[in-house]
Structure formats: structure tokens, C-alpha cells
Design a protein around this ligand. Sequence first.
Ligand code: GLC
Ligand code: CA
Length: 499
Amino acid sequence: MTHPHSWWQTGVIYQIYPHSFLDSNRDGIGDLSGITSKLDYLHWLGVDAIWLSPIYPSPMADFGYDISNYTDVHPLFGTLEDLDTLLHQAHLRNLKLILDFVPNHTSDEHPWFQQSRSSLTNEKRDWYIWHDPAPGGGPPNNWMSRFSGSAWQFDEPTGQYYLHLFDVKQPDLNWRNPQVRQAMYDILRFWLDRGIDGFRVDVLWMLLKDEQFHDNPMNPEWKPGDPPNTRQIGRYTEDLPGIHEIVREMRAILDHYGERVGAIRQVVDAYEAALPQDAWPNWVLGNHDRPRIATRVGREQARAAQMLLLTLLGTPTCYYGDELGMQAIPIPLELMHDPKGKEHPEHSRDPQRTPMQWDSSPNAGFCPPGVTPWLPVAGDYHTYNVAVEQHDPRSFLTLVRTLLTLRRALPALSVGSQQSIDQPNPNCFVYLRQHSDQRCLVALNFSAQDQVVTLPGQGQGRLLLSTHLDREGPIPLLELHLRGNEGLLIDLEAPSLPG
Ligand code: GLC
Ligand code: CA
């Protein structure tokens, strides 16, 4: 990278699921004023930007990812003025604010869809993807919803099916229609004019669908119990040619506003796809769709995972609560909200959407005592919460905050080059981050046993941080001893390693 780096490259993004951050008005649901009241915490933690999952008016069939008005705020979360206040207060603390942009589908309650479904000749008919039944009747092809069942819904009044690759209440927009594109780009401009710093773009890679409506191949490796969205291979519904052109159009709008974050890539799922030469990586350990990291790998190993996330080249996104080591908790069926979870309880996304744990008071400080939070609070919140962990020098929170502080202080970590170091121990991952003469070594033990790493060089480094938070200072490099699940961040003072 020779060009100077933008904030969205050097910074760390913190993802807030608005429902679950802080309830300020006693209805058991998080809201914008709640977020505003916790900006000092985020500033203290040391993140650079906040990404809000959708806050727009929505019937909440998919918890805000089904939008009925793109240019307003859902009354559950507050008002446009509350959002302006949040933005203003965030900027006072040097925090950027990123909104979730959901271009693939609207809610079926959006006025566009209401018009579109009203008649075959309505001017908005072509804004969505309508199709006649198959010749013998039934859905036009085999495309499946990522939540459950066919992606086609028959609409009695006009005798055609509409496409919904997600919930039946999330009809897909027709991005081949230039009016749709313009309308969606106007929405970006609306928020940019208000001062929003950028967007996380939802399921960008699904915006275009095969014009011939070919059947998708079934996934031969799928077995009962696997997530419903892996049953089919999305050959004719995902990553179609033309999507990059849309990304460029979005990027051009953002560029017009200066240093805003672009539609870089969908921040989450599509990452594994190979990145082009000049693309900037982004990394996540968890989000509102994936089980929490501390549940997947355990709290011990999650510490090493945090070191990985916050020392890799690229922009990290921290999912709210992961900085505490919050666990995903089982949610009984009768308390489940997620439309995917109601159909397939074992794949419910509610367990990773539970209320943020602020302190040891009832409801973990998320909402006042006596109020029922929209999802239950994890049972171990007395131990894992902000107030308790802030005062514990070895807590998960202290580890994450220290990593964020070091990342900010050391350009090698935020913008430096990255090189993996060959070493014989398969349980460990070692890499070097370098910026001019500053060199940092990261050594991670992803096993529960003690491990020794032998490095191709000699000399001594200075241990800046162990994920156990119990040692620092000079450390010999030839044989690096790592305890179970330990990660080390080492400043290479002496030029001891090649490369
Ligand atoms: C993305 C979101 C997910 C949502 C879906 C439909 O996958 O991350 O939460 O259900 O898009 O908008
Ligand atoms: Ca509330």
C-alpha cells in the first residue's frame, strides 16, 4: 500500500445490534438514546467506528432486515432526531457511524411493494421479481429461501409468484431495473447528506439473479441438520456478473462525499472469496448471524482469537459483547424471535443476539428491574459484564482494550505489512507485522496444551502482551514457550528474524 490509509482501513469497527445494546425507555428493547448514553464506553474501549444493524421502520419479520421505509427511524429505536444526536455525539468523540444498508429486498409492507403487487401493469411492477407459475403450475423454478422452503410466493390477486431469497416478507428488488438503482442510490445520498460516515452492505453478492431463471444445483454434500441456506448451490442467484458494476456505482456516490467507507464488500459472509490486488481485507469473529466466538471455541481460546482479530492486516469488526467473552445462550422455542430459528430451531440466530451485559444488577443493566428484556440475559452475567471486567486487570475486556490500545499505538499493527513465519509446530500460527523499522511478532497457540515454537532466528524480543495478561518484558526468541491457548505479541527490538 503506497497510498495513505483511510480511517476505515486503520480503524476498528464495533457492531451494535440495536435491539440488544441498552434500553433507555423501559420497553425491554434497546434504542438509539441507549446507544448514545454508552458512547463514552465505546470511546474508552478504543474502537473507531460503530456499525448499527438496521434501525429503520420495519415490521421486524427479520429484525430490521425487512425495511418498510429506508429514510426514517423505527419508533422502537427513537426518531431521526435521536439518530442525529447519536451521530453528533459520536463525532464529538471521534467515532464514525456506519449504517446497515439492505439493498437486496424490502419489506412486503414497503409502499413500493404494495404498489408493485397491486396490478400487472403498475409502474412499480418491475421493481420486484415477478414470474408466472411453471407450465404445469407451481413455483417457476427450484430456488430456495435461505431461511426455509421455496423462494417463490404465489400472490393471488395477480396470479404470479414473487421472489424472496429470505423471508416471505422480504421480496427481492429487481436490480436490473434502472429506476430501482436510482431510488436505492438516492437513499445512500439521503444518509450521506445527514452526515453518516458509511454503510455496511447486506448480501451484496445476491443483488442480481439469472435472467433465464435456471434451476440452482443442489448441494451434494448437504445432509439433514445442516443450515437450510447450504442446501442449494446459488449458481444462478449469487455472485452474478454485473454486481461489480453496482459496487462501482455505489463507490462513486461515496467518493463524491470524501472519506466515507465504500460498499467495500459485504462485511461478513462473502469474505472468503479471493480479494483483488488492491482490496482491503476485513475480519470478523462473529456477528448477528453466527454463533458467538466464545461459544464456538470456548472462552480460553477466544482470547487468542481476539489477538488474531486485532493484529491481522485489515479492518477488524468487533461484535458487541464479544469484548466481554459473552456466550451465546440457548433460547427456548417459545421465546424465539428469529424467523429462521422458528423454522429451524437448531439454526436460530437469537442465541447471539441477547442483551449486552453492563453490570451485575437485574437484567444486567440492559433494562431496568421489572422490565422483561426482549430476549433473555445470559445466566453468567454477574461474572461477565462491563462493570466487573473493567476492574479486573486480567479480564477479557481488559485484554481487548489493551489490544486496541496497542493497535492504535503501533503502526506495524494497523497498517504494516504481514508475513506468516514458517515454524514446525502445527498448533501455532506465527506472523510478522512490519512498518518501516517497527516489527511486531504475533504467536498464537490454538491448542489447550503448552507448545514450543522454534523460530528461524535468534536474539531477544520484548513481550508486549500475553493473552493471559500476566507477563511482559524481555523474551528469548529462539524457542518461544506458549501456554495452552496463549497468544503473544512481541516487539522485535533486535534485527533477529529474516524478512
Ligand atoms: C444478511 C443479514 C441477516 C439477514 C439477511 C437478510 O444475511 O446479515 O441478518 O437475515 O441478510 O437481510
Ligand atoms: Ca427501548
